[in-house]
Structure formats: structure tokens, C-alpha cells
Design a protein around this ligand. Sequence first.
Ligand SMILES: [Fe+2]
Length: 286
Amino acid sequence: MLGKMKLFTRRAALGTGLLGAAGTGSLAYGNLIERHQLTVEKVNCPLKPTHAQLDGLRIAMVADFHFDELQEGELIDRCVKMIKAQKPDLIILCGDYVSHDSEPIEPLAQHLSQLSAPLGVFAVLGNHDHWSGAGHITRQLTAAGVEVLRNQTTTLSYRHSPFQLAGLGSAWAGAADYQHALPSSPKSPANSPPVILAVHEPDYFDRICNDPRLVLQVSGHTHGGQVCAPFLGAIRLPSWGKNYVSGLYRRQDSHIYVTRGVGTLFPHVRFCCPPEISLITLSANV
Ligand SMILES: [Fe+2]
């Protein structure tokens, strides 16, 4: 009897030890390896016939640096180089440059100042930016040559066809105002320039996806879940990031693309969810 109990206790201890080792191994893998596996995700976004003039427009989009957490200049340097190598027409930064402390926006903005694109480099703020110091972050990005859109719209031109790029404040921070950025057009929507919208939180799409002017919303915020279970997906998702987690979705005639982001929040681990640079090509022929 005593022998059997000893055997059971030894097996339990061995099992616990193996589970612990597997857990520690997974954490080490997620922190030391996958978190650095920056990946360019290339996606074609279909255009409806009334927006076909944007066929071929290439947008690079990144988000969720959370630079104050670990201040890894090497990761951002590599990110900037990889974006430049894609030679996009337009670059959009989709918010959460920092998590809690706005001071490290200064070195981050220095890295981002190396970005350029024929149609420009634009940014919106995330919930963490609003909570950490929206004014300071906006000023530093602006000084780095990045145009920050806070419920504002700018008109751009692609192959002589105008389109509008709108950027909103953070929805979670209560700072997103679509009507202010894009007042309803007095003209028929069919004659209005197509709209590309940047807003940090993806679930804002549910409010505006039936606007016929809208081609594409780009968002970050979810980190794709950051830690995902194989075959099941994200384990935990933030407010305003429950409905559109990662990748391309369609509702009505509009699309949304959600990027997995570059940085991490604590715990600084990625699992089945590597960091991402998104390269979106608008396509009339998909
Ligand atoms: Fe966020």
C-alpha cells in the first residue's frame, strides 16, 4: 500500500514538473522568439465598382508599439526598414505608441521620422495615447513629419483620382467623432470621393460600416489576441476589440482590416500571433 502511494506521489510530482517546464518553455518561446518574428502580411482588399479608381493603391499599416514598455529600438528599426522595403503609396500608423508613459514617444518618433511615402505618413491615436498624454504624443509625431488626424480628413489623390483619408480619436477614450471628420455629403454618396478611415479600435466599424463612401477601415488595438490557442484563437480581447480580431472582414460593401500590432502589453509574450506589418493592396479585380 505504502509503495503504491509513493509511486502515485512520484508520478504526480513528475507530471507537475513536466507541466511547469512546458509552461516555462512556452513563456520563454513567446517572449524570446515569437515576439520578435515581425511578419509582413500582404492582403488584397476588394473594391466595389464605384471605387475602382483606387485599384492598385498600396497601404502599409502598423499599430500598437507600446514603446514605453520595453523600449526595444531594434524592433522598431527593423519595422521601419521592412516598411520602406515594401515601397507603399501611403503609410498609416494606427495608435497606441505608448502604454502608460508618454515620454518615450520621443525616441519612438525619431525612428518613425525615417518613414516616407508618396502620399504621406499619417497617424491616429489609441486609447493608451489618450490616457498617457495625447497632446505630447501628437506634437512629437508631428515634429517627426507624421500628420496626426484627430477627427480630421485630408483629401489625397491616387493616379489623378481624389479620395479621402479620415482619422478619428480613440473610441474607448470617448474621443472618436465620425460626423465631425466626415460630415454627410450634400451630394449623392455615389458621387462623393471614396473614404479610407483609420480608427484605433476595430469595433467602431459596426457604427459606420453602412456609409456607402467607406472603402476600408484600418485598425489595431486587439494585438490579434497576443496570446492565442492553436485552432481556437485569441484567449482574451479588450473592450472595443471583440468583433474584429485580426485580418480582413467585410460588412455591407465595406471592409475592415485589423493588424496584430508590433509591440506587446504585459505579459510580454506572443503565442500563435506574431507581430505584424500590414500591406493592403486595394483591388478591383478580386
Ligand atoms: Fe489599444
